[in-house]
Design a protein around this ligand. Structure first.
Ligand SMILES: *[C@@H]1O[C@H](CO)[C@@H](O)[C@H](O)[C@H]1NC(C)=O
Ligand SMILES: *[C@@H]1O[C@H](CO)[C@@H](O)[C@H](O)[C@H]1NC(C)=O
Ligand SMILES: *[C@@H]1O[C@H](CO)[C@@H](O)[C@H](O)[C@H]1NC(C)=O
Ligand SMILES: *[C@@H]1O[C@H](CO)[C@@H](O)[C@H](O)[C@H]1NC(C)=O
Ligand SMILES: *[C@@H]1O[C@H](CO)[C@@H](O)[C@H](O)[C@H]1NC(C)=O
Ligand SMILES: *[C@@H]1O[C@H](CO)[C@@H](O)[C@H](O)[C@H]1NC(C)=O
Ligand SMILES: *[C@@H]1O[C@H](CO)[C@@H](O)[C@H](O)[C@H]1NC(C)=O
Ligand SMILES: *[C@@H]1O[C@H](CO)[C@@H](O)[C@H](O)[C@H]1NC(C)=O
Length: 882
């Protein structure tokens, strides 16, 4: 088939999009998945949308996704009628030509534009024939930045319709151990809270978000058009060695440096505040509020200065003074009285701020200049280049300049260039009710300097990203990537030299480089290099720009990044309209959108217990309350122990498994010849107040009640030997629908109608939705969503059910929805006894694979009997008529 070449470039207009929302009768988004994998703070996210044209005629089908500004798109594909159309990244000029031709033919252009503070929207469309389907797949990558002590992964979910098969899967892997992790954002509140599952185990964490179709319409920011909101995963990692985290793979390395055990150094800060007429109204009011709060936070050992400007300069004091109670009081009075008037003389004001700092040399301190403005210079020196060169001369690399651009009337590029030329960054402050918080938030990021003149030195390293940093602040992180000469680790010696107050400190780590096998290390290097080249380009004169641009372009092409210099070209079927989209080039160092606003209560999920290292002693004492059930399940349903099978001789030979005690957390396998000891299956029960969960074993060929409510009944068959989990799972919904799931197929009986399903598909029976995927079956019934994972280990296949969305009906019972037990530790180190409901119980330290995740990680647990764990006889959960 002949095809026309068509392009999709990312296009940087700040125009309001006229969003044509799809008409549900026309086309149906039947599946929408977001899959994000984060390793070493590098996030790769894949958005897959599957859409069917339900019409009798061909139809233009749209795909819209919002991605973080800081991210680069690295792949876009469409699948239509069994054919794949793969995007290719090309130089923008090249793509531009094709675009112009297309537009001159009257064809439409697709757009990527900035949306709000932190997102960009990617939008394209394709014509799909009657009753055909299209799959869109977009991949983007981003390096998460540490700010105020955490990393934030923002996932925007807005499929534009309620979707039957909707899910978000996030997997975080951090070799340095995840210190804490929680879920925030508008989608993690209220109605949707119980559709989120968060599990955290040392180096790994999982977040699953599986809202049902009904829920997608009823949540806060959702409506008939389905979901529209953010899921924000917030976490931090442990920081043990002072040199930080250094990983290498295939000759590339990435170094994350964020030492925590340093003392703060006193600072000298001068605030230069624009009070020109354009600041009138809420802006000046919020500036006053923010300034007063910031003054409140200055430490007694800090010195500060405060000047406001329009076409003239107004001083609180002509020099820096110590942040004593008295001085702060007087400065706050000055701040309260700031009024808007006059024009904007940025040049004079910044030079004066620099003069004040230069006139205040103080050994062992860190100086910072902060400019807040909302407009272009229109008084005094107004030539932008002249201002930049004056400021550069005045500051002379002595301290960083941070520029805060308030609103959209500022020439942000001018501020950004000026900050970068002076070792700082620029940030946009959005005109909104929380502008004062944005200002304060930015200040907090630089409030606690820990090091100055940080030099990151890598002997045996080459092609390094930026290595010199004027200051390092508490809560932030320095990241350097590069190549290792000849990939020789022996001669690769990293070290950091910096000044902490008056002392020179040196961070060394002889064997700190950890070798991993991960292509992403190289991509992190490419990502950082491109970002920094683009920043560098801003600071250069026209004549110098070309070389840097060329370098950035080559890397963008090689790593298939859609940057401001490249475009993605997609080949679509003949006769298609042309889309050209460019990546926006605004906003400053991307993602500088101020703190995320979605800091609403992070509900029960944030209380998800984390599993400390094996050697860590558990908390002192525990009291268990009846807290509402979370979808995390007080119960994880993991594992039994699967012995190696090679020793199996005949039917009589069965493996008896024992959990050994804590320290090693290994299990021993003993062969016996008893005929009656069947294989045991191990289940986790979450225990509030214990750092690791409880676990118990169930053995025998039995059928367990997994979940039982008014409408829904789910049971599962455990096998007596060989298998690791359930062989089949049976679901009854009302009296009409019955579903049997085994490792091969699904049998659905809906009234009189019986159907069998083996391939991937979506099956609807009454109000039940069953989504069969390759490795899992996803069942949505009312407000409950259960996923049945298909595990394959050692040649065996078995099923493992997980609750992804808990019912609001609290009359639900079963092994999947156990209430947590009330646990108290009776005696610690070594812990051997627990008190559950006032009863003392002996426990032993053990571990088990957690089959509620695909990777089945091994988690530690306290092993107790089923009766103690369930607080009732196991028989209550056994369905007798097998
Ligand atoms: C998500 O992406 C990762 C990495 O590409 C892949 O290994 C994993 O199978 C994906 N998960 C799902 C549920 O598709
Ligand atoms: C740095 O921040 C952490 C919290 O994020 C805090 O515990 C620590 O005390 C701070 N260090 C200094 C020197 O202020
Ligand atoms: C890395 O640096 C070497 C010179 O040190 C240069 O020849 C090579 O092209 C660089 N590689 C990349 C990918 O920039
Ligand atoms: C980085 O700092 C080191 C030590 O202070 C200095 O020798 C080097 O020239 C600096 N490099 C750059 C690129 O500024
Ligand atoms: C070097 O490696 C050993 C063994 O892995 C470890 O015990 C030691 O703490 C490491 N040293 C440093 C400085 O990281
Ligand atoms: C145990 O739980 C109770 C109530 O949930 C809480 O007040 C207490 O701080 C917890 N104790 C520990 C050691 O976590
Ligand atoms: C459960 O599955 C096993 C193996 O797939 C099969 O032999 C058995 O008959 C099934 N049990 C029921 C009750 O369907
Ligand atoms: C369900 O639980 C809530 C709060 O835990 C309680 O107020 C309500 O009465 C319970 N409903 C039923 C039917 O038990």
């Amino acid at each position: 088939m002949e095809r026309a070449v068509v392009q999709i470039t990312l296009f940087g207009l700040l125009l309001a999009l006229v969003t044509t929302l799809p008409n549900k009768d026309d086309w149906d988004i039947y599946s929408f998945h977001i899959n994000s994998t984060v390793t070493s703070r590098y996030a790769t996210t894949v958005v897959t949308s599957r859409v069917a044209n339900r019409m009798d005629e061909s139809k233009e089908i749209e795909f819209q996704v919002r991605i973080p500004k800081n991210a680069f798109i690295s792949k876009f594909r469409m699948f239509i009628d069994g054919e794949m159309y793969d995007g290719v990244v090309k130089a923008k000029e090249q793509a531009q030509q094709q675009y112009t031709e297309a537009v001159s033919r009257g064809q439409s252009a697709g757009i990527v534009s900035s949306v709000g503070r932190t997102l960009e929207e990617f939008k394209t469309s394709v014509t799909v024939a009657a009753h055909k389907k299209v799959t869109f797949e977009l991949t983007y990558e981003e390096l998460l930045r540490r700010r105020l002590g955490n990393y934030k992964l923002q996932i925007h979910a807005r499929p534009m319709q309620p979707v039957k098969d909707f899910k978000v899967d996030v997997y975080v892997h951090e070799q340095a151990h995840i210190n804490f992790i929680k879920v925030q954002g508008g989608l993690s509140t209220k109605a949707l809270a119980n559709a989120i599952t968060l599990t955290h185990a040392d180096k790994q964490a999982w977040v699953y978000f599986y809202p049902t179709e009904d829920q997608q319409k009823t949540c806060d920011s959702c409506g008939e058009q389905g979901m529209n909101g953010d899921l924000v995963i917030v976490y931090d990692v442990n920081r043990d060695t002072s040199l930080g985290d250094l990983k290498r793979s295939n000759g590339y390395f990435v170094h994350h440096f964020a030492p925590s055990s340093l003392t703060r150094i006193p600072k000298n800060v001068v605030f230069v505040i624009d009070q020109s007429g354009s600041m009138h109204g809420r802006k000046i009011q919020q500036t006053r509020i923010a300034l007063i709060r910031i003054l409140n936070d200055l430490a007694a050992e800090d010195f500060f200065g405060l000047i406001t400007f329009d076409s003239s300069i107004f001083y609180w004091k002509r020099r820096l003074l110590q942040a004593s109670m008295e001085n702060l009081h007087s400065a706050k009075k000055f701040a309260e009285a700031i009024t808007d008037r006059g024009a904007t003389d940025i040049n004079q004001a910044v030079l004066e701020g620099a003069r004040m700092l230069n006139a205040h040399p103080r050994e062992g301190s860190a100086s910072i200049l902060i400019l807040l403005t909302d407009g272009d210079p229109n008084s005094g020196v107004t030539n932008l280049e002249k201002i930049q060169s004056n400021v550069r001369k005045a500051i002379a690399d002595e301290f960083p300049l941070y520029c805060l651009g308030f609103g959209f009337d500022v020439n942000f590029k001018f501020l950004e260039t000026m900050s970068l030329q002076n070792n700082g960054v620029a940030r946009r402050i959005y005109e909104d009710t929380d502008a004062d918080l944005q200002l304060k938030g930015f200040y907090e990021e630089v409030a606690t300097p820990l090091l100055t003149d940080v030099a990151m030195i890598y002997m045996g390293g080459t092609n390094l990203t930026k290595t010199n940093f004027s200051q390092y602040y508490n809560g932030s992180e320095i990241v350097v990537a590069g190549q290792i000469l000849d990939n020789d680790v022996e001669t690769f010696i990293p070290q950091v030299v910096a000044i902490s107050g008056t002392r020179t400190v040196r961070f060394l780590g002889t064997n700190a480089t950890e070798t991993v096998s991960d292509d992403r290390i190289q991509r992190v290097w490419a990502y950082l290099t491109v970002k920094q080249l683009l920043e560098k380009e801003l600071q250069l004169s026209e004549a110098e720009k070309d070389k840097v641009k060329k370098e950035a372009l080559e890397l963008s092409l090689k790593y298939s990044f859609v940057t401001p210099l490249t475009s993605m070209v997609v080949t679509k079927p003949l006769g298609e309209s042309t889309d050209v989209l460019h990546k926006p080039r605004e906003g400053g160092p991307a993602g500088f959108g101020g703190p995320l606003r979605h800091t609403l209560d992070s509900l029960m999920l944030s209380s998800g217990r984390r599993f400390h290292g094996m050697s860590q002693s558990p908390p002192v004492k525990g009291v268990l309350r009846n807290i509402p059930r979370t979808p995390t399940g007080y119960l994880y349903m993991p594992a039994d122990y699967m012995p190696e099978e090679e020793e199996e001789e005949d039917e009589d030979s069965v493996f008896l498994l024992q959990a050994t005690d804590a320290a090693t957390a290994t299990t021993t396998t003993t062969t016996t010849t008893t005929t009656t000891v069947p294989l045991s299956h191990r289940f986790f029960v979450k225990a509030d107040n214990l750092s690791i969960p409880l676990c118990f074993d169930v053995s025998g060929k039995i059928r367990l009640t997994l979940l039982h409510s008014r409408e829904l009944s789910v049971s599962g068959d455990l096998d007596s030997v060989a298998n690791g989990g359930f062989t089949n799972i049976t679901i009854h919904f009302n009296t009409e629908q019955h579903i049997k799931i085994d490792t091969d197929e699904i049998i659905v009986r809906d009234g009189q109608k019986v159907t069998r399903h083996t391939g991937e598909e979506i099956i609807t029976a009454g109000s039940l939705t069953v989504i069969k995927r390759n490795t899992e079956v996803d069942v949505a019934a009312g407000d409950i969503r259960i996923v049945i994972l298909l595990h394959k280990t050692g040649g065996e296949e078995f099923l493992w059910p997980v609750i992804r969305q808990q019912s609001s009906d609290n009359n639900t019972e079963g092994i999947l929805v156990l209430k947590p037990a009330v646990v108290e530790e009776v005696q610690q180190t070594p812990l051997t006894k627990l008190k559950i409901n006032d009863q003392e119980i002996h426990v032993s330290r053990s571990s088990a694979a957690d089959y509620s995740h695909f990777l089945a990680p091994t988690l530690p647990c306290w092993l107790i009997s089923a009766e103690d764990a369930l607080q009732r006889p196991l028989d209550d959960f056994i369905v007798t008529h097998l």
